[in-house]
Design a protein around this ligand. Sequence first.
Ligand SMILES: [Zn+2]
Length: 413
Amino acid sequence: MRTSIQVGTLIGIPIRLHFTFLFILPLIVMTFAHGPTLSIGPNSPIYSLMVSLFAKDPTKPILLPLGLGDLNISAFLRYSLSSIAAFLFFVSLLLHEMSHSYVAMKFGTKIHGITLFIFGGLAMMEDIPKSPEKEWRIAIAGPLMSFTLGGVFLFSFWGIKAMIFAVQRPVGIVVFMLGFLNVILAIFNLLPAFPMDGGRVLRALFAKRMSFLKATKRAVLIGKAFAVIMAITGLIADPFMFILTGERETNIWIPLIAIFLYIAATEEEAATTTFTALEGIKVKNVMRTERTSVPEDMYISELANKMLEERTAEYAVVSERGELKGFITFDEIKRMPVEQRYFLKISDAMGSFDIINDVVSEDDGATEALKKMIRHRKNVLAVKGEERGSVVGIITRRDLMTYIEMLRGSGLV
Ligand SMILES: [Zn+2]
């Protein structure tokens, strides 16, 4: 399933929007349009600090607008300003991810794209360098950009405050909020909780003194602990509201984000374990050289029998002349009604084939093959021989996973 659409390209990096992003977009607009103005009262732990910094008259509460909600303005102005602000907010997210990508590119890492989704952005990198010196620099670049943007917006806010024009107050509020949100984003990303940027910096620091796998496991453990604490905190009292107002309120978004972080940390650990296990293993060590191909004009019913007989779920499809045409897997025929299997041929049901993306060399690393499968959502790739360039076998996700399991079982990793 395609879950994201490409909206453009920046310095050679494709920018995509994930479908969850479409849900969050109206929510962000509504937050800008109807967010309340908080008053920081004496109950707030930062009250005295705020008074000493900002208050001209210490007897009045300090007002912190979190949207245009308490302003009496026309609906047109409210929603157009909020839409522009939401757009600028996502530009900020994009610039955060672009900074990670830019530094990574300088270190020679290929960037496949940046996807904006419900919780922010994600830069898809070919391979995060395992050198700690590079990793922490890539990780820190995003929060630094957010701090800078926060500074620029807050600085503009002071400028706008000093000016006098018709819509000065609402414009000032959204500019202030953009600055405020970017600073929050920078701080949140610096939490030492994997897979946040701060967690990556932490892993890089660990990795200076231990193996990459051990460093990941340790950073993931801290990340998980952080997620659990975060979830509990959200259920007791939103720390953000507590700091600003001194009031205890539950915020259901915090445990939700915590669950997301916990899952992401677990996945990162699994991926690192898998890729570390495959280090030094070549495609030719894992590929299958028998039961590799079926002719494109074979009937599906025949293929189903063959699969059962050979206990094989993936084949390369070849033409009469032996040319590679595509792949057919058990998943594709499983969905097909039984009666259709008698008149449809493999060529009617096989998956698409791409001569560049679906082929690996036998001397490539097994990790390359797995990355290719993940990136192009494939379960099988063709393997071409180093010398003749012809197809010598196939490599499947299933075979890779079995191989890793056996490596582990044998106590080698
Ligand atoms: Zn980041």
